[in-house]
Design a protein around this ligand. Structure first.
Ligand code: HEM
Length: 346
């Protein structure tokens, strides 16, 4: 079976950090308190894919983007966030990526594509969101996430995850089934532009009367997939395709907000909501430019999903806090690398 959520194959050139060294990195002082769950999680990403100084500890392969969001006004009924108000145009910086720690990974090692965005509201508040092009997340809790990462650690004898460990994980974690079904049939897209990206975690929109609406959101593409094949000999074909398309003009996605119905799982990202839920087209994301991640606008941004403007609040999904902590840990490590290693930022 393929478990490719966090697994990065083709880790040529990886500098593998032994566990003890990684723990010292995380805690700062040898012999200090046990590493936090975030540090353990990031250590495990590093053990699975290798360490590439200066780069993100997950989703390391990627490209910065910039543009704006044009609100339709349709979501203003549900959220007072400035970004949703009628006629509002909000500058956006962001990043496309694939999972794994290897910034040189071939784009077809995984069918998963990520889109991270930072909406820069005029009132100075920001809305950060990192979405994946999958219908459901494989685990519901931070502890299960770490267990899943551990099960994906390459066996030194084969260089691949141990199938018996993965089988044992899936046997005890049936919530991963929706993700696995998708993973078995998904094919790597040849373009970031033709893919829809999902928040997976739920949040609450807060309306002008203080009413709370449980929501998830998706960025739905306006460009249809054209069935093109992965170009041979081009590891980073997604960035090449993006630059090629942007040379012809901006790329657009619709921000579609899905409202939960009573009984829907609010705090469990492994459960996709039924397709017949109410959808609101909140506006259009317009991406105008792409920039190399070593020098681009997204380089030093951690796309912490808990950075939210007034009008959007987190749900109780435990993955949200775990993500905030892990993204901060990854950001700390890659910024610290920059002061100690002659490496480009990622
Ligand atoms: C709803 C589930 C999740 C989604 C949709 C998601 C999506 C993403 C995306 C798109 C990125 C790339 C961000 C960028 O371009 O800078 C990213 C990065 C990352 N993710 Fe997640 N992720 C999820 C869950 C998790 C979990 C549970 C963990 C670990 C607790 C995790 C750890 C990380 C780390 C460490 C990074 C690198 C952050 C940085 O250095 O800025 N993710 N994720």
């Amino acid at each position: 079976m393929r478990a490719r959520l966090h697994v990065g194959c083709r880790v040529a050139g990886a500098v593998l950090v032994p566990l003890a060294a990684a723990v010292v990195l995380a805690s700062g002082v040898a012999g200090a308190a046990a590493p936090t769950l975030a540090a353990q999680t990031v250590n495990q990403f590093q053990k699975n894919g290798g360490v590439f100084p200066g780069y993100r500890r997950n989703h390391a392969q990627g490209v910065c983007i910039s543009g704006y969001f044009q609100s339709s006004g349709a979501a203003a009924r549900y959220s007072v966030a400035e970004v949703f108000q009628p006629g509002e145009r909000t500058p956006v910086v962001g990043r496309f990526s694939i999972p794994g720690t290897n910034p040189y990974a071939w784009d077809d090692v995984t069918p998963i594509r990520g889109m991270a965005l930072d909406f820069l509201q005029a009132d100075g508040r920001e809305w950060r969101t990192a979405m994946n092009a999958v219908p459901a997340f494989p685990v519901a809790t931070p502890a299960a996430n770490l267990t899943f990462l551990e099960a994906q650690q390459p066996d030194p004898a084969t260089g691949n995850p141990d199938p018996a460990k993965l089988a044992a994980f899936f046997k005890t974690h049936p919530r991963a089934d929706a993700f696995r079904r998708w993973d078995r049939s998904a094919r790597p897209s040849t373009s970031y532009a033709t893919v829809g990206y999902n928040s997976l975690d739920a949040f609450y929109f807060i309306d002008a009367r203080g009413g709370r609406h449980a929501v998830r959101w998706s960025m739905m593409p306006t460009v249809a997939a054209d069935g093109s094949k992965v170009p041979p000999g081009t590891p980073d074909f997604l960035a090449a395709d993006l630059h090629h398309r942007l040379a012809q003009g901006p790329l657009r996605w619709h921000l579609v907000v899905t409202l939960a119905a009573p009984g829907d799982a609010i705090d469990d990202a492994t459960v996709a909501w039924p397709a017949n839920r109410q959808h609101v087209d909140a506006g259009t994301l317009v991406i105008e430019a792409a920039h190399a991640q070593a020098t681009g606008v997204c380089r030093d941004i951690g796309f912490d999903p808990l950075i939210l403007p007034a009008g959007i609040q987190p749900s109780a999904d435990p993955l949200l806090k775990a993500r905030a902590d892990a993204y901060a840990e990854s950001l700390r490590r890659r910024l610290r690398d920059e002061t100690t290693a002659d490496a480009p930022g990622g």
